[in-house]
Design a protein around this ligand. Structure first.
Ligand SMILES: Cc1cc2nc3c(=O)[nH]c(=O)nc-3n(C[C@H](O)[C@H](O)[C@H](O)COP(=O)(O)OP(=O)(O)OC[C@H]3O[C@@H](n4cnc5c(N)ncnc54)[C@H](O)[C@@H]3O)c2cc1C
Length: 445
């Protein structure tokens, strides 16, 4: 079978890799000049670094298996996470249950309630009821209004903006449920986070190498403008330069909104499902610095007067010795694409961020900063609202031989490399299964 894959993020790459392993004829088309999608990297101090901070959890078993399969398992390091919270002008450690008991932004009673909430969600495998209530309503009802305002409210507002009160509790359940599985010895155990030494680019490169060796055609800087179909059957793709390519099956591994623009006519119900989910974009400013800003790796910013949602000091996770002595800080925001930050220049954003960094560490000075970069992703995080099981689009689209794999189909889990890889595996298997049954139906061998 000849398969055209649109999108060279980890989902599309995984499908291409699996189809190649099964002996199919695969061509992959990626609009950027590089593969990896949101796992893209750039060079810092002689090493590669993710444009958007990345780590994995011990519960991410699909990516761990893939890394082992690619012969990269020994590069995966598990490191204790150092999580913190900035609010009321100070940094709170936020790693152990004892830290929660000392967490000033909520009352003592609410701290106990928040601890009980985490324990309750950790033990719950059945999430059906969490589809029917928003995270805000569930927390206010089952924990307290104070706990929402002091802790989850600022995070939800920061991540989802005006949509913060529409996000389903299923999203929060999956975050907490899976996160606790990263504490192997139970809740008192510190969390371990995984990082691929040399950056996650290492596995992207290895997959690319193996795919090329296995005969996959890889086309970068090759945006697909249209997916073609005849008699409701996928027939191939057309690139932006007009080149038409025939294929027996097409797998679109692109954000759902972009799929809508390039897909052949679908059905009103499938169109509705594609439109059911909005997307948040992300903007990350990355600094290399002479000094460290704080002792925290991942700092949530509870104070919503600050111009960012989180600070991720990568070198409090993977030491500065790996980056020629540079300290690396990500300044992170999730934003709606209409947000004013998407219209700001890098310098305009820096003018906002610089004084705010001094609130985190009063000694911080602009001359600590050696270099800065800004990365903007328009489709970074789907916004999952109520009863999404009724709206989630299938991987098999209404057009025969056309498949969709996009982050809005990862549910109830939240998006992440692990789940895009799982989706890539599943969709490749579906395409193979369908081809086999078409072959059987037409009497082919
Ligand atoms: C700020 C941030 C932090 C994150 N942190 C983590 C983390 O710590 N751990 C983790 O596991 N995950 C993390 N993620 C999520 C992870 O990066 C994604 O889940 C994963 O990379 C998604 O892969 P994908 O292939 O599904 O989609 P994408 O990476 O979005 O890939 C889609 C690809 O399709 C291409 N494309 C689009 N349109 C076309 C077209 N018309 N023609 C050809 N190509 C096209 C795009 O250029 C892109 O390369 C993070 C994401 C962000 C934004």
């Amino acid at each position: 079978m000849k398969v055209a894959i649109v999108g060279g993020g980890v989902a599309g790459m995984t499908s291409a890799y699996r189809l190649m392993q099964q002996g199919h004829d695969v061509a992959l088309y990626e609009s950027s000049p590089f593969l990896g999608g949101l796992v893209r990297t750039f060079e810092v101090g002689g090493n590669r670094l993710e444009a958007y901070y990345h780590h994995i959890f011990t519960s991410d078993t699909v990516i761990i298996d893939l890394l082992n399969e690619l012969g990269l398992g020994d590069r995966l390091n598990w490191i204790e996470s150092k999580v913190g919270w900035f609010d009321n002008g100070r940094i709170y450690n936020f790693v152990t249950p004892i830290d929660l008991l000392k967490f000033g932004p909520v009352s003592f009673v609410d701290r106990i309630r928040l601890g009980l909430m985490a324990a309750k969600l950790r033990g719950r495998d059945d999430w059906a009821e969490f589809e029917q209530i928003t995270a805000k309503d569930w927390i206010e009802k089952n924990v307290s209004k104070g706990a929402f305002e002091g802790m989850w409210g600022p995070l939800l507002r920061g991540k989802y903006g005006d949509d913060y009160d529409r996000v389903a509790m299923a999203w929060l359940w999956s975050k907490i449920h899976l996160r606790f599985q990263s504490r192997k010895g139970g809740p008192m155990q510190k969390e371990q986070l995984g990082y691929l030494m040399g950056s996650f680019q290492v596995y992207i490169d290895e997959m690319e190498r193996q795919m090329r060796a296995g005969g996959v055609e890889i086309h970068t800087s090759a945006p697909v403008e249209r997916i073609t179909a005849e008699a409701n059957r996928a027939t191939g793709i057309v690139l932006a330069d007009g080149t038409a390519v025939r294929a027996d099956a097409v797998i679109a591994a692109v954000p759902s909104v972009l799929f809508k623009k390039i897909a052949p006519p679908l059905t009103p119900d499938y169109d509705r499902r594609l439109s059911a989910v909005g997307w948040q974009g992300a903007i990350c400013m990355v600094l290399t610095m002479k000094r460290s800003l704080s002792h925290i790796y991942w700092m949530n910013i509870g104070d919503r007067s600050m111009p960012f949602l989180a600070l991720v000091e990568h070198t409090n996770f993977i030491g500065p010795e790996h980056y020629d002595g540079n300290h690396i800080l990500y300044i992170s925001n999730y934003l709606h694409q209409q947000h004013e930050y998407f219209g700001k220049t890098d310098d305009e954003m820096w003018a906002l961020f610089e004084p705010a960094l001094r609130k985190i560490n009063p000694e911080f000075s602009a001359d600590w900063v050696k270099q800065r970069w800004v990365f903007r992703a328009p489709f970074a995080q789907p916004i999952i609202t109520l009863n999404y099981s009724n709206d989630k689009p299938d991987h098999r689209t209404p057009v025969e031989g056309l498949y969709l794999e996009t982050m809005t189909q990862i549910y109830p889990e939240d998006r992440g490399q692990n789940y895009s890889i799982r989706m890539g595996d599943r969709v490749a298997a579906m395409a193979i299964e369908d081809a086999a049954s078409r072959g059987a139906a037409s009497g082919a061998a």
